[in-house]
Design a protein around this ligand. Structure first.
Ligand SMILES: Nc1ncnc2c1ncn2[C@@H]1O[C@H](COP(=O)(O)OP(=O)(O)OP(=O)(O)O)[C@@H](O)[C@H]1O
Ligand SMILES: [Mg+2]
Length: 431
């Protein structure tokens, strides 16, 4: 089979990966360090050198396979100019070598039973790749796969090669950070760390590098985590308040194209709060106004039918002032009463957003903040928003655990901010 010049396709920092004799290779690091590309190229290369070789590529969630790892392997095959040797199947997801019948198989680990029943048509599994390992639930997930594909005898004393790739989470106590610490001492494992600074061959676009520089200026902690791949820890404060930029008025060199509203509802003791967010042509997000009603200490508390009127008036006033379309109205999906009442009153449906893990939602907010695009108008109503974000913090007693908990007091603006980011993630380009 043909030989490729891997040196042209792979940054020099990965030479040690290409030539490692170890059976388990962990490639961790910051975003855009070309880890996934390197693994895909190496896998295609090794696959072509063994007529009976099969490769299994895994992600936690099956539905993401098609648009990520499947495309990544396909990309490597085209990059190495061997596409004519393969057929690209989509149901099931499989990239098959025409001549040998061996293949790249793609599985989601979210369905372990399905995983166990998989049959390899021809030959044996020589390589396994766990992509985005942070998504996996824990070592149990790795064990299930090892039981299925790895503990088998290969001819000629060959051993199955296992690749892992991921971006380290911030929290040192998350399973994967503890797992990799242990593996340092394991002779079967090779651990490699890379960042975008290792891209000596210049694959990353200028645009990408400029974007990274902006993060570096705005929030060094975030940069160290996201782009240097460091386990920076969480700190007590959830947000870096310096990333909330104050505005006296709307920018003159930009234009609002729409407004999104996000609502967190409360009942007996907790407040109902709604944020009005402008999204601009240049991609800025500006908190224009905040609605806040707290029932605490009030002898007669507002009924849902009164709250909907108050919220509606708030929204109408904002729209009337800025005269741009409403992009989204977002509400916590667990909230039925107010949503139904609002529909009853105004025939308008709020979009219920399915909450994610709290830390996942926080990370999404952080990624907007760290991009340096978030602003608030410095007015009376927005003060509560800034205040709540300033005091929002983790419970010290849970900080050194895999899942630190936030202190759930005066966090209503923090909650609607999360719903806003979740529901507008596409418009805002957040992942
Ligand atoms: N050999 C190559 N030729 C052309 N482009 C490349 C090559 N290797 C990497 N790239 C480009 O570099 C960018 C980053 O690569 P890649 O996605 O592999 O990085 P990563 O480290 O896996 O990133 P993340 O941490 O976000 O998963 C991609 O846009 C990819 O297309
Ligand atoms: Mg990657």
């Amino acid at each position: 089979m043909s030989k490729f010049n891997l040196a042209k396709l792979v940054n020099p920092t990965f030479d040690s990966v290409l030539f490692s004799e170890k059976s388990h290779l962990i490639l961790k690091g910051g975003r855009g360090s070309t880890k996934s590309s390197v693994i895909s190229i190496k896998l295609v290369n090794d696959f072509l050198n063994d007529k009976l070789s099969n490769v299994v590529v895994l992600r936690k969630v099956g539905k993401y396979l098609r648009t990520s790892v499947y495309e990544q392997i396909k990309w490597a095959i085209y990059e190495m100019k061997v596409a004519n040797q393969f057929t690209f199947g989509s149901s099931p997801l499989k990239i098959t070598h025409k001549k040998t019948g061996t293949a790249f198989y793609f599985y989601g680990v979210d369905d372990p039973m399905k995983l166990k029943s998989q049959k390899i048509a021809k030959g044996y599994v020589t390589h396994v790749w766990f992509e985005e390992l942070t998504e996996f639930a824990g070592r149990e997930d790795i064990d299930v796969v090892e039981d299925t594909f790895i503990r088998q005898e290969l001819p000629g004393n060959k051993q199955v090669k296992v690749y892992f790739s991921y971006n380290p989470p911030r929290n040192p106590y998350e399973w994967i950070n503890e797992w990799v610490e242990e593996k340092i001492l394991d002779p079967a494992y090779f651990i490699h760390h890379s960042t975008y600074l290792d891209d000596k061959l210049g694959f990353l676009s200028k645009q990408m590098k400029a974007k990274i520089e902006r993060y570096k200026e705005n929030d060094i902690d975030y940069y160290n985590w996201m782009y240097l791949g460091e386990v920076v820890g969480l700190g007590t404060n959830v947000y870096n308040i310096n990333t909330f930029k104050r505005l006296d008025g709307l920018p003159t060199d930009d234009k609002i194209y729409g407004i999104s509203f996000a609502l967190d509802t409360g009942h007996q003791q907790s407040a109902t709060a709604c944020g009005a967010y402008a999204i601009t042509v240049k991609g800025k997000v500006i908190l224009l106004d905040t609605f806040y009603y707290s029932p605490v200490g009030k002898s007669v508390k507002k009924a849902p039918s009164e709250l909907t009127v108050m919220i509606h008036e708030f929204i109408e006033a904002v729209i009337d002032k800025y005269k741009v379309p409403v992009l989204r109205r977002t509400i916590d999906s667990a909230e039925g009463a107010l949503r139904n009442q609002y529909y009853h009153d105004y025939s308008i449906r709020w979009n219920p957003v399915a909450k994610k893990k709290n830390q996942t939602m926080i990370d999404m907010v952080v990624s907007l903040l760290a991009s340096g695009r978030f602003y608030y108008l410095d007015n009376e109503n927005n003060k509560i928003f800034v205040h709540e974000h300033k005091i929002y913090r983790y419970d010290e007693d849970t900080l050194n655990t895999p899942e630190p908990k936030v202190i759930k007091e005066d966090d209503h603006c923090c909650d609607f901010m999360k719903y806003f980011c979740l529901d507008n993630s596409k418009i805002l380009g957040l992942s």
